[in-house]
Design a protein around this ligand. Structure first.
Ligand code: SAM
Length: 217
């Protein structure tokens, strides 16, 4: 039998702290959120391993370090309203929901969105709205957002998402080709000007949609 709490502690120390993630409240949340509930039961024993895992529908739950790094880059505060594109398993959503006021998250594959809703509800994370649809279009009725996180690889920064950032807002998104991307952070200044910082190389499943990759390309 795996002791999930001990596995989580090791994940935090060996995968996050050892790679430079030191924000205390972030580490607390990773210590608490039960990642093994967001994967299929047969994979629960691998849930705290140092890599992505399949979640069905040809999609993945991202590597814990990548989830932590992207969350850290968002510079979240407890008052923030956050938009996430690519709910997937809902694990990243749970991390965000534990740190901010409200999360709006969009997933294009209905069964994944439904499963994520179930797990988030079971953890009483009630500050999450989930929608099934094309996240590249954002959620304009609920914006602007203090932070936007895209958890699938995009060919370019979707203009619709940049437009839905509040002044002072941060957008974190992997951009590149379908095999390799670079993590970018875009900031919107008070006057609406956008600036961009470049982070590490990464590899995500494709962002499919009107402002992403086309399904049959
Ligand atoms: N953050 C997730 C987690 O913690 O499990 C992992 C997300 S997975 C790497 C990327 C997800 O983005 C997939 O579930 C995929 O279906 C979804 N996706 C791809 N294109 C999308 C789009 N245009 N709108 C919404 N979701 C999209």
């Amino acid at each position: 039998m795996v002791n999930f709490e001990i596995a989580r502690k090791r994940m935090v120390q060996e995968q996050l702290v050892a790679r430079g993630i030191t924000t205390p409240h972030l580490l607390d949340v990773f210590q608490k959120v039960p990642r093994h509930l967001f994967v299929q039961e047969a994979m629960a024993v691998q849930a705290y391993s140092d890599g992505p895992l399949p979640i069905g529908e040809k999609q993945t739950i991202s590597q814990p370090y990548i989830v932590a790094l992207m969350t850290d880059l968002l510079e979240l505060t407890s008052k923030d309203h956050v938009l996430e594109i690519g709910t997937g398993s809902g694990y990243q959503t749970a991390i965000l929901a534990s740190l901010v006021r409200r999360v709006w998250t969009i997933e294009r594959i209905r069964p994944l969105a439904m499963q994520a809703r179930k797990v988030l509800d079971s953890l009483h994370l009630l500050n999450v709205n989930i929608k099934v649809g094309d996240g590249t279009l954002g959620w304009p009725e609920e914006g602007p957002f203090d932070a936007i996180l895209v958890t699938a690889g995009a060919p370019a920064i979707p203009e619709t998402l940049a437009a839905q950032l509040a002044p002072g807002g941060r957008l974190v998104i992997p951009v590149g080709n379908e095999a390799n991307q670079t993590l970018l952070r875009i900031r919107k200044a008070a006057d609406g000007t956008l600036s961009q910082e470049t982070g590490i190389g990464c590899r995500f499943v494709p962002l499919i949609g009107q402002q992403g990759w086309q399904l049959n390309s």
